[in-house]
Write a new protein. Structure first.
Length: 191
């Protein structure tokens, strides 16, 4: 894994070969962060970020490196969390906080709001659609509809990015503002 920009720029952090995680490709990560910096996020404002399904830590570290004042990465797998914790310690990163836990339980229990939320679930996750619940067609819904989903943790004007495979289409979601595709990697952007 390579950190592209910011205070950890150029760092190469080897990930264990026995990892089950599918890291976001460098090509897709560069595209994502170009869009974030040039269109959606002013990192000089030191936003807060939540990284769901932390995996290798690539996105969480990139967010911390670019100026987020706080980045929480939630990872359920103990070996992955152990790796994230070790890397945070080695970098002496005070802004990047790897937490071991189930993403869905964390989202339901969390009371904090974040400026940026990034979710990179396993593409074969059975309940991936729960990460961007779709209101019934033609019905107006209030914020209570999104309780228990990442939308409920967004700060006013916050941005939620969901990474997913090409089998998922969120084009009719009322909160979708953008979609980008980098090979087999898709990013859906919500407000």
């Amino acid at each position: 894994m390579r950190i592209i920009r910011g205070k950890y720029k150029g760092r190469h952090i080897p990930t264990p070969t026995n990892f089950k995680a599918r890291p976001t490709t460098d090509f897709a990560k560069e595209g994502l962060f170009n869009i974030l910096e040039n269109v959606y996020v002013d990192f000089d404002d030191e936003p807060t970020a939540l990284d769901l399904f932390g995996g290798t830590g690539s996105i969480g570290l990139e967010l911390a490196s670019r100026g987020c004042r706080k980045v929480v990465s939630v990872e359920k797998d103990f070996k992955h969390w152990q790796f994230l914790h070790r890397v945070a310690h080695e970098l002496q990163s005070k802004e990047w906080i790897p937490l071991k836990g189930d993403v869905f339980k964390y989202v339901r229990a969390c009371k904090e709001k974040y400026d940026i939320i990034f979710a990179d679930p396993p593409y074969a996750l059975d309940n991936l659609k729960d990460l961007a619940p779709m209101p019934p067609e033609g019905e107006d819904v209030d914020e209570a509809f999104y309780a228990g989903s990442p939308f409920a943790l967004l700060a006013e004007g916050g941005l939620y990015i969901l990474e997913h495979g090409r089998d998922y289409d969120f084009s009719h979601h009322p909160r979708l503002i953008d979609h980008r595709e980098y090979g087999s990697v898709n990013f859906s952007f919500f407000r």
